[in-house]
Design a protein around this ligand. Sequence first.
Ligand code: SPV
Ligand code: MG
Length: 293
Amino acid sequence: MNKASQKRKLLRQGLTGSKPIAAVGAHDAMSAQMIDSQGFDAIWVSGFGVSTMAFAVPDANLVTMSEALAAAVRMDSAVNIPVVADCDNGFGGLANVMRTVRSYESAGIAGICIEDNHFPKRNSLYLGESKRDLIPMEEQARRIRAGKKAQESDEFVFIARVESLIAGHGVADACRRADAYVEAGADAILMHSKDKTLQEIEAFLTEWQGGAPLVAVPTLFPDFTVEQLHDKGFQMVILANQMMRASVKAMEETLAVLKRERKAAAVDGTIAPVNHIFDLVKTKELIALEDQI
Ligand code: SPV
Ligand code: MG
């Protein structure tokens, strides 16, 4: 079995297993490698993270499909665990969704996630208007059906993301959309929410009859552990942006000290030693290999 097949199998097993999948959001190959080496189950290629850290642009469909795919491929080659790539709204209409599926599948990515936000999207955590339109449910189901038809193997995983609770359409709409997307062939449903109290999510979990594994992104209900969310009914939990935020804070703090002190030694005690960086990318092993050949 090749590596892509193995990772897809792992992801599928995780989605139906007795334990939750704990995924962490990465924004580049090194953050992905660190997540893998800490023993997490999957990498989430965060669109927010890639937009911010690789391009310094808002998470608003400014990164193209090819740029997002290249970022996902770099992360995938740095890890042994499955990679689930955030593909926003599929980068356009129905044909874009089909091309996205084909491109990510043939590049060896384990799975993708596509949301029902209109192009150009806004990040779901951005506090703007309280209610906004989504792609009509039938149209999004048509796109999911087309995407599933476009995939070559049965192994590739398509997660459909429902934005009803984020966009102010309520629990009944969330249930209808989850049903429609499962019916269209989605392998799992990501039910996004920014309700800190978890009331809407709890109502959805009570009302929805099910039919596919559920995925949560608990950025705005951060007090629940992966296991607690699993007990509530989520099979996969994505800690989506903590690595990006950790990096930004560390870099800002380091720069503030460098700006003030104007000498390298001022930050030496709080940053990673150079040898640790060499170790992270296996520099010694590379040199030994070169010497052997
Ligand atoms: C991302 O990480 O890009 C996500 C999750 O889509 S969220 O930022 O919560 O929308
Ligand atoms: Mg995103």
